[in-house]
Design a binder for this molecule. Structure first.
Ligand SMILES: [Zn+2]
Ligand SMILES: [Zn+2]
Length: 183
């Protein structure tokens, strides 16, 4: 039986956070410490301002890659992900802390906070490329919105980013268009 080295739900959560960070960065309203803290990065709360800023600047460097995901196949992205992975201090260990059960930490405790965050993101992306390719990445269908999303739904039905206004205004516009056709 094939056993994924990272649990599926953990990958999904990490990729959803990745997409949230990318969207907030593009919109210029990222509060990285809060986002990472809420995403369960336990070091986020106490991380130095400098290391939080390093996360932000390294995420900015990853933006072109992330934005290419919806329109690329896995093959086109793999080399770029591997190049990023080579730069990281990856040294996996099975750990069990805070009663959450055994799981893998990809970086040693001595790793900087930004190395830890970027490694978690790239390992989740690497696993995703193996499991689903780039199929679950999309960009928002709403007019005037290019935000990314990660589609974790079973039937891959997602069309819009996490901003509820995008789905709403598109549905309103669709509805108006149908009314117009009907008259
Ligand atoms: Zn842990
Ligand atoms: Zn949107």
């Amino acid at each position: 039986m094939y056993v994924s080295s990272v649990s599926q739900s953990e990958i999904r959560l990490t990729l959803e956070v990745t997409v949230d960070i990318a969207n907030a960065l593009s919109a210029g309203n990222l509060d990285p410490r809060r986002v990472l803290d809420e995403a369960g990065f336990s070091r986020a709360a106490d991380a130095s301002e400098a290391s939080v800023q390093r996360v932000t600047s390294r995420m900015k460097d990853l933006l072109p890659l992330l934005h290419d995901l919806p329109s690329s196949d896995a093959e086109a992205i793999t080399d770029r992900v591997n190049t990023e992975l080579k730069r990281l201090p990856i040294s996996p260990a099975v750990v069990d802390h805070d009663g959450i059960g055994p799981h893998i930490h990809w970086t040693p405790t001595s790793a900087t906070f930004d190395d830890q965050v970027i490694t978690d993101i790239l390992m989740a992306l690497a696993q995703e490329l193996c499991d689903n390719g780039t199929d679950r990445f999309g960009s928002c269908d709403a007019t005037d919105c290019d935000d990314l999303f990660y589609d974790g739904t079973r039937n891959r039905s997602k069309r819009f980013c996490s901003d509820p206004r995008c789905a709403n205004r598109t549905h309103t516009a669709d509805h108006r268009a149908r009314l117009k056709e009907a008259t």
